[in-house]
Design a protein around this ligand. Structure first.
Ligand SMILES: Nc1nc2c(c(=O)[nH]1)N[C@H]1C(S)=C(S)[C@@H](COP(=O)(O)O)O[C@H]1N2
Ligand SMILES: [Mo]
Length: 570
């Protein structure tokens, strides 16, 4: 190895260390969102309207149901379909211990999943159906309209959630929230798979799976009975009534799988390698469905909780927390204990996450890092047509503001040199003209920002694999470090690390063109990275230098990138 190759990239010293705690007064200043709104046509309606409308609707519903029950036909209908489908098989094993345990685990995991999920949503507090995220095309938001006539980045758009609601509740903390969301998701999925297995290994599935069409009239009958406030007789020990069966079935066998699938489809590595399927099931539609299934869960949990209380608290808690069918008060103390554990976990989650941010990141990486590694083994190949190019592409990140950058930009980057150094045979300093003279590749791809927005653009530039051929990495080179000309939000130079396998993907590009025009400064001129199985933050803009290294532990805070160091991403 030559001495020149061993010399560290000078920008290594421009990297900053980062704290292992989340320092609240160093963090992005808070920004309040607004009451969530839903767009109907051109009007934005506050979800608070659901309260008066819902209350009135509930009263009308009760009055109508009570009136209905006076009718002889309805009486006959209810007599014929008292609530439980006659043909439904019954469960003989009551509520076994594993079911009680899994029910608690599920409830406990859901607490973290929901809160962390909301935190992630608050980083781009808008939902769309179309892939392009053009302002004004959102159908749901808890943020004001996108300001016009100024640069408004996706980070500017993020809002603060209360610490009791989000985890950890500060603005733009989705890095940490994602560790919670994904790690606990893994536990939740394991719990769910065991649950499915045990359901069908025993007779417990009979309570949940409707086997006869009679479930529909039975559900209608139970709905009328509940709504009239004259509840049907409960036989949960052996069989659920039609309404219970349908709602539990949808929750367990529809909402849960939909949540998992729509969650996975938001990953660039997965979606960009699925070809036409990834194109049809676009990321924003997946986000929207993910949110709708979340809304189902919240509605279910609320109704379920209310019903536990009002349809016989003693019996219900005896079933699910003590596994007995008796007059004793066996289940209630255990139920209260479970609620206490939940309350403590609820209170501790945000303060713990702030204090031990790096630990949360490390634990998360340990738990689900393998899944990410697996996902980035995929070959991103989904490409789009010119007609798919988004009319709007959110800008993001911290702009370069140094005089040196200003000087380069005012000279149209004629003096710009891309430095390539480290563990390579042939270090380089390449001008933009040289890069443009190399073989050019164009690709139309979907960009996935970690915050949640996406956008399709056509990128033109030099394939990274040609750069690799030019510089010839040494066998010990494992990673490529991209240094920016711009600093990150918290000071210190922006950088990111990629493994070499990713650099050889045919869609990994040093882009100098966007949508057929020279890349503008907002989007990363003179040069930005495109790496289509990664999230946006890995694609360094305003690239200053590339260094090939064996390990990145000595760079910055050693986490493999600016956002990994400072915002606990991964
Ligand atoms: N130097 C630098 N590069 C950066 C960022 C940044 O803050 N600084 N932000 C990243 C993030 S989070 C995203 S989503 C993309 C955004 O690229 P765009 O502005 O072209 O949309 O750039 C990435 N590259
Ligand atoms: Mo991003």
């Amino acid at each position: 190895m030559s001495d020149r190759a061993r010399k560290p990239e000078p920008l290594e010293t421009a990297l900053s260390h980062a704290d292992d705690h989340l320092l609240v007064d160093h963090w992005m200043p808070p920004q309040a969102g607004i009451i969530p709104r839903v767009r109907i046509g051109r009007r934005w309606i506050s979800v608070l309207w659901a309260l008066p409308i819902g209350s009135v609707a509930l009263m009308v519903l009760i009055a109508v149901a009570q009136a209905l029950r006076e009718l002889p036909q309805v009486k006959a209908f209810i007599a014929q379909h008292p609530g439980i489908a006659q043909a439904a098989p019954s469960v003989d094993s009551g509520f076994p211990w594993w079911l009680q345990l899994q029910h608690f685990a599920n409830m406990f995991f859901m607490l973290f999943i929901i809160r962390a999920g909301l935190q992630i949503l608050a980083d781009h507090p808008r939902l769309y159906w179309r892939r392009d995220c053009t302002p004004g095309t959102d159908w749901f938001r808890f943020q004001r309209p996108v300001p016009k006539g100024r640069i408004w980045t996706a980070k500017d758009d993020s809002v603060t959630l209360p610490t009791w609601l989000g985890i950890p509740g500060l603005r733009h903390t989705l890095g940490l929230a994602r560790w919670w969301h994904f790690s606990i998701n893994l536990l939740w999925v394991i719990n769910g798979v065991l649950f499915y297995g045990l359901l069908f290994a025993t007779d417990q599935w009979r309570r949940l799976v409707p086997l006869t069409w009679e479930v529909f009239p039975a559900a209608l009958s139970t709905a009328i009975q509940y709504a009239s406030l004259n509840f049907p007789v409960d036989h949960s020990w052996t069989r659920y009534n039609g309404l219970q069966q349908l709602s539990y079935f949808v929750t367990v066998f529809v909402a849960a799988p939909v949540s998992i699938a729509t969650g996975l489809m938001q990953s660039p590595a997965i979606a960009n390698s699925l070809g036409w399927l990834g194109r049809v099931l676009n990321r924003q539609a997946m986000r929207s469905f993910h949110f709708i299934s979340f809304a189902w869960f919240v509605t279910f949990i609320t109704m379920h909780g209310v019903m536990v209380f009002i349809t016989g608290l003693r019996q219900n808690t005896n079933h699910m927390f003590a596994g007995v069918e008796s007059e004793a008060w066996a289940g209630l103390p255990l139920f209260l204990l479970a609620m206490g554990v939940m309350a403590i976990a609820w209170l501790l989650a945000s303060p713990f996450t702030k204090r031990h941010a790096r630990l949360v990141q490390r634990t998360g990486r340990f738990m689900i890092g393998w899944l990410r590694t697996l996902a980035t083994r995929t070959d991103p190949r989904t490409q789009f047509d010119e007609s798919d190019i988004s009319p709007f592409f959110w800008p993001n990140g911290t702009m370069p503001n140094s005089p040196a950058f200003g000087a380069l930009a005012s000279g149209a980057f004629a003096d710009y040199r891309l430095r390539i150094s480290g563990l390579i045979e042939a270090p380089q300093e390449l001008s933009l003209a040289f890069l443009k003279a190399m073989t050019k590749q164009a690709q139309i791809t979907d960009h996935f920002c970690i915050q949640g927005w996406s956008g399709v653009a056509k990128w033109g530039g030099v394939p990274m694999r040609d750069i690799l051929d030019l510089v010839r990495p040494l066998p010990e080179a494992r990673y490529a470090v991209f240094y920016s000309l711009a600093d990150g939000a918290d000071g210190g130079r922006y950088y990111d690390v990629h493994d070499l396998a990713n650099m050889r993907h045919h869609l990994t590009l040093l882009a100098y063109e966007m949508n057929g025009e020279p890349l503008n400064i907002l989007h990363g001129a003179p040069l930005r990275l495109r790496c289509e199985n990664q999230l946006g933050y890995k694609m360094v803009k305003w690239i200053a230098a590339i260094e090939f290294v064996e390990s990145f532990a000595h760079l910055g805070a050693g986490q493999g990138g600016y956002n990994e160091d400072h915002e606990f991403y991964g």
